[in-house]
Design a protein around this ligand. Structure first.
Ligand code: HEM
Length: 548
């Protein structure tokens, strides 16, 4: 009897337990259904909100839910932007997908306004850096996360390095010149290779000190960095990281090798801290101590200033744990080398094409040298040289497009136009810097004099013709160099919240390098290729030693 009662009770309790479980399961299903519906509704609502906000921005009609479809290759894309600007005005939109809105701008004043308000980059932009070098604070897409790293680096480059007598120490310039001599033993130099080597040496010695010059693996590091640079945007262009592709793993092993080499040079800096001190000839004590710390493993006797030192944080590996050790340094070597190579190459090409300007710059260098008691190059006085650097940067910006985004908030431009949060904002810098309405009828010509004006008359630009007979006195004292950043259409280094942190440093550094180069050599096209550098995309050059 007892056992019957027990089994009845058991049956009832298992029946109610099952009933209870069923109810629980149904409740969970309902909650899941409601959550998914809410999420979907939110997505649909966001989509409609984006469409309604974007509807006021002009642009070609879009017949597909999936956007304007295939936008073609990079060159075609720039042509497409140019044509669309002609048709729809200085701001227009394109749909890259149902939720991917691209807004292109060509009006310099609106661009300046936008660049000073939109501080973020699209997440996919930082992907190339992240895939290659791991997380790094400098190249984060969110401005809030990148801000501290930017400020720290700017302090290091602008306040400390520019404060030194030589932005690029004399021994580094001498080492580069030895490289030029060695290359010339083969008869001529390849413009791209020599520019790359110069850029690499400038950046390497800036980040790692003199140790870099004696580092046996420097050549391999340069080759590796360039191999990574060639493929970086290809692998970053995949929406989902292509773990299934063998090529991707080959690329990853190159990146790992680069990381090992970076750690190796950092250790060498530690061992050779005395050499590393060259970065500290005046007030730059922080970096020297980094070397000591890296060598001994013990924290340097620091002040508050030390804790904020960019190189200290980076080399000491004290950045937030989520970041790759040396991620910032590898990112800087990558960006700095590619952009500086392009600038040096552009200057060399302009100089071989315009022998007259080259001669005038030479006269200017000699004139400044004669009047100066300083041993180093007094590049601040070499106005034509600096103007040539700006003009070369204008004619060949490092990238054809500047990209920005405001991830959280909508953006309201000066003209009242609203750009929805998350839209990809692009500035076709190459088009803007060649635009006749900003640069005049000779916009596509090389004319460094456009950056010079008569003192006291800001708008009274110098015309090169007024100097043709005065090779001995290329730029009279009454002329001043205009600040190119005053011109909203000058964007080789970007502008506003995410402007290039290395701009001042690189201009001074490249000027120092060219002052020494042109003082010793005359740069000419290799004779058999004729006198037209446009005849080849990468001209062979000869560096002819000047007789002094
Ligand atoms: C000729 C050489 C260079 C050119 C043409 C160049 C150009 C640029 C441009 C166009 C940007 C994006 C700016 C924007 O979105 O508004 C940028 C960003 C940056 N540049 Fe350069 N750059 C050069 C060299 C350097 C060097 C030598 C350094 C440092 C050693 C450097 C550090 C940076 C950093 C850290 C950023 C990222 C800023 C950010 O995303 O917040 N650059 N550069």
């Amino acid at each position: 009897m007892n056992s019957i009662l027990k089994s009845v009770n058991g049956f009832i309790s298992s029946e109610s337990a099952r009933e209870y479980a069923k109810k629980e399961f149904n409740a969970i299903l309902w909650i899941a259904l409601i959550t998914i519906t809410a999420l979907l509704l939110d997505k649909v609502f966001t989509l409609f909100r984006l469409w309604s906000k974007a509807s006021k921005i002009p642009g070609p009609p879009c017949n597909s839910f999936f956007g304007h479809g295939n936008l073609g290759s990079r060159e075609n894309f720039i042509d497409l932007l140019s044509e669309s600007h002609d048709k729809y005005g200085s701001v227009f939109k394109l749909w890259l997908g149902p939720t991917q809105l691209l807004v292109s701008m060509k009006d310099p004043t609106l661009i300046k306004d936008m660049l000073s308000k939109a501080g973020d980059k699209l997440p996919c932009i930082g992907k190339a850096f992240r895939l290659a070098f791991g997380r790094s604070s400098l190249f984060f897409c969110s401005y809030d996360q990148a801000q501290k790293g930017r400020e720290s680096l700017a302090l290091e480059l602008d306040d400390k390095m520019l404060g030194r007598a030589n932005v690029i120490p004399k021994n580094v310039v001498d080492c580069i010149m030895e490289g030029v001599d060695a290359s010339m033993s083969t008869g001529s130099v390849d413009c791209k290779l020599i520019s790359q080597h110069m850029a690499f040496t400038i950046l390497g010695t800036t980040l790692f000190g003199d140790t870099f010059l004696a580092w046996s693996k420097a050549t391999f590091y340069e080759e590796l960095l360039m191999m990574i640079a060639k493929d970086a945007s290809f692998w970053a262009s995949y929406r989902f990281t292509p773990f299934w592709k063998r090529g991707f793993w080959r690329y990853q092993s190159l990146c790992t090798e680069l990381k090992c080499l970076t750690l190796d040079i950092v250790q060498q800096c530690g061992k050779n801290y005395k050499l590393f001190c060259h970065m500290d000839q005046n007030s730059h004590i922080g970096t020297a101590k980094v070397g000591i710390k890296a060598a001994s493993g013990a924290p340097p006797s620091s002040g508050v200033e030390m804790q904020d030192n960019f190189f200290y944080q980076e080399l000491g590996g004290d950045l937030i744990a989520r970041e790759e050790p040396c991620g910032n340094i590898m990112g800087l070597m990558f960006h700095g080398c590619i952009a500086t190579t392009s600038l040096i190459g552009s200057i060399l090409e302009r100089l071989v094409a315009d022998a007259e300007i080259q001669d005038k710059i030479y006269s200017e260098i000699m004139k400044v040298k004669k009047g100066s008691v300083r041993e180093d190059q007094d590049v601040e006085e070499m106005l034509l040289l600096l103007a040539t650097i700006y003009e070369s940067a204008r004619l060949l910006p490092a990238g054809p497009l500047l990209q920005r985004c405001s991830l959280k908030d909508d953006l309201i431009l000066k003209n009242g136009m609203l750009i929805p949060a998350g839209a990809l904002l692009v500035v076709p810098a190459q088009l803007l810097q060649m635009d006749g309405s900003s640069w005049g009828s000779d916009a596509s010509k090389f004319n460094p004099y456009r950056f010079l004006s008569k003192a006291g008359k800001g708008s009274d630009l110098v015309q090169d013709t007024s100097f043709t007979e005065e090779a001995a006195d290329p730029i009279p004292c009454s002329f001043v160099l205009n600040d190119p950043n005053d011109d909203a259409a000058f964007l080789p280094f970007g502008s506003g919240m995410r402007t290039c942190v290395g701009q001042k440093f690189v201009i001074r550094g490249v000027a120092t390098l060219f002052a020494s180069l042109l003082e010793r050599y005359e740069v000419r096209l290799r004779p058999q290729l004729g006198n037209d550098p446009k005849s080849t995309t990468n001209p062979e050059m000869v560096f002819v030693k000047r007789s002094r």
